[in-house]
Design a binder for this molecule. Structure first.
Ligand code: SF4
Length: 301
């Protein structure tokens, strides 16, 4: 029996389901039951019936699954799979802004720890951030932790005062304008599809800005054949799978998320056997964090 067959067998025996983000390795996406971006996976996680959820992603995703499924066992193939941006804000920074503005809503990107969510009013993803922020009654919005997504949202909703701090995703921030321009010179008819976690200098070059799902949908529905993609390389698997006759070009300095790449088939098999690496969220902030996630699901309907 090969490793994929062993995983499938154990999944059935233990009533487990495997969720995977678009940024994990191809062979992990191949065996997953559900593959998607953070928004899709949180929606799925809130409706899943299985006893065990194996979450192939980074730790903030596992925490969100625990918050949405308090009675289920959520296990992570590698507990060290983490997102640096998820930690890039402090309570002091938030309090400082709150003191300055009387009426401010704290809007938290889902790529954040449960504790940071608990300091916030509502969670958003890159797929629903504009819609949710637009519908909030507050004029002043503190958008944490991603300053780049905050900048993108501010350009879509000029009537709001969007305040950002210094958080960013190092993988998207490192995508260089030179790399994208070089690709465009090489493939002049290519459309440039960009994730909003990229720097504004990259957003300025885009034909389409959106979540990984939006990027995949745009490429799939477009009559164009060539695409330059400014996001993590893992998304290439789905792009190519859904569009075998199209070409996808990524920056020469390949954007690779080290946390996502820690997930392997061997580690998935191991946690299915041992049920180790169970995620938990401290009682000190789980209730408050869950309210912000539930609010996102409600407001994005
Ligand atoms: S790609 Fe960036 S934002 Fe996404 S998990 Fe990796 S470090 Fe975090």
């Amino acid at each position: 029996m090969d490793i994929k067959e062993k995983i499938n067998l154990l999944k059935q025996e233990k009533d487990a389901v495997i969720l995977a983000h678009y940024y994990v390795d191809d062979n992990v996406q191949e065996i997953a039951d559900y593959i998607g971006d953070s928004f899709y996976l949180s929606k799925i996680a809130s409706t899943i019936q299985n006893k065990i959820i194996v979450y192939c992603g980074v730790s903030f995703m596992g925490e969100s699954a625990v918050l949405l499924n308090p009675n289920k066992k959520v296990i992570m193939p590698d507990k060290n799979a983490d997102c640096p941006m998820a930690h890039m804000v402090t309570k002091e920074q938030i309090d400082e802004v709150k003191q300055k503005y009387e009426d401010v809503a704290v809007v938290c990107y889902i790529n954040s720890t449960a504790q940071i969510k608990s300091w916030s009013d509502v969670v958003v993803t890159s797929a629903n951030a504009v819609k949710i922020v637009k519908n909030l009654p507050n004029k002043n919005i503190l958008f944490i932790p991603d300053k780049n997504l905050g900048y993108y949202v501010s350009k879509q909703i000029p009537e709001k005062n969007i305040i950002t701090l210094n958080g960013y995703c190092p993988i998207h921030q490192n995508i260089s304008v030179e790399d994208i321009k070089e690709l465009k010179t090489k493939y002049p008819s290519a459309k440039i599809l960009v994730h909003p976690e990229c720097d504004k200098s990259i957003l300025a070059l885009a034909d389409c800005i959106g979540s990984t799902t939006k990027i995949i949908d745009y490429a799939t529905n477009s009559e164009n054949k060539d695409f330059i993609i400014a996001t993590e390389i893992g998304v290439k698997y789905q792009l190519q799978k859904q569009n075998p006759n199209k070409n996808f070009y990524f920056p020469t300095h390949t954007p690779i998320c080290d946390g996502m790449k820690l997930i392997t088939l061997e580690k998935i098999l191991n946690v299915l056997e041992t049920e180790e690496n169970q995620m938990s969220v401290s009682d000190d902030f789980s209730n408050k964090a869950k309210i912000t996630l539930d609010r996102m699901i409600e407001l994005s309907k």
